[in-house]
Ligand binder design. Sequence first.
Ligand code: PEP
Ligand code: MG
Length: 325
Amino acid sequence: ERKKLGKLKKTPAVTIDGTPVTLLANIEFPDDCPQALDGGAHGVGLFRSEFLFMNRPAESALPGEDEQFASYKQAVIAMKGRPVTIRTLDIGADKPIDFIEHTSLNPALGLRAIRFCLAEPQMFLTQLRAILRASAFGPIKLLIPMLAHAFEIDQTLALIEQAKAQLRKQNVKFDEQLPVGAMIEIPAAALALPLFIKRLSFLSIGTNDLIQYTLAIDRVDHEVAHLYNPLHPSILFLLSHTIATAAKAGVPISVCGEMAGDTRMTRLLLGMGLREFSMHPAQLLSVKNEIINSDLGVIEPATRRILRTYEPTAVADAVERLQVL
Ligand code: PEP
Ligand code: MG
């Protein structure tokens, strides 16, 4: 089975009816890039930059601008001209780092990700400069986690402009057109997409957090793990609404949460109109195998029926049947 999949590395990711699909890799370190290329990735859809900040030796609490720049540059060079989407620091809750205090009773609802970065603008500017500098060496996109409010987007864009101005003053080269996008992973964001579409150039759905926040279940709490259901009708609604709204506006949209790498979900997401999937490199070829055997002419009407089905067992059965269509 692995050997058979290995043969798909160079096979175009195109459905039976001729629709091309983009397959991207989620990485944690630049050293993951060779595995992404091995899986035939068209690029990196999610570089989780917080891993450069986690589990560090005590004497070097934070990676500085040059150290971060070296990592981002290494990734973009390793990907040989394919786009690399770098997500800015997403710390707090399930991704703790040593140098910040974690005292909140509800860390998932606390000062995490972009909220933390906007509260620590010097740290954020350091990361933004490092990413901008790396953009002189290959195509980079900037992805912002956990946005919900218009003013957060605006403050983030203003800080990016400030980082650019600082680099221009030093005569440092960077991509002036660096695309900036948002993770859609808070239900409020999925329900207020025009705010994002107006201000940003692409979107990426983080199903891991979108499920956590929609169903009000802590994604790392084993006692509620049985309630973590990607097929809950509310999740299917938010996914299809987000994908359709972005497509209608002509804004590129991907899914980079675990759902994108789960072959049981591939056809459902295709049927909703998703054409960009980002996943762990080990899952790329299995998902491609699903895609090249999928016929949208059959899957799209079946998906529309699933979206009108609210009963959990009927939904689960219908999603399972999608796989044998
Ligand atoms: C997500 O929330 O779905 C996601 C892709 O990001 P993370 O798992 O790193 O929070
Ligand atoms: Mg997330």
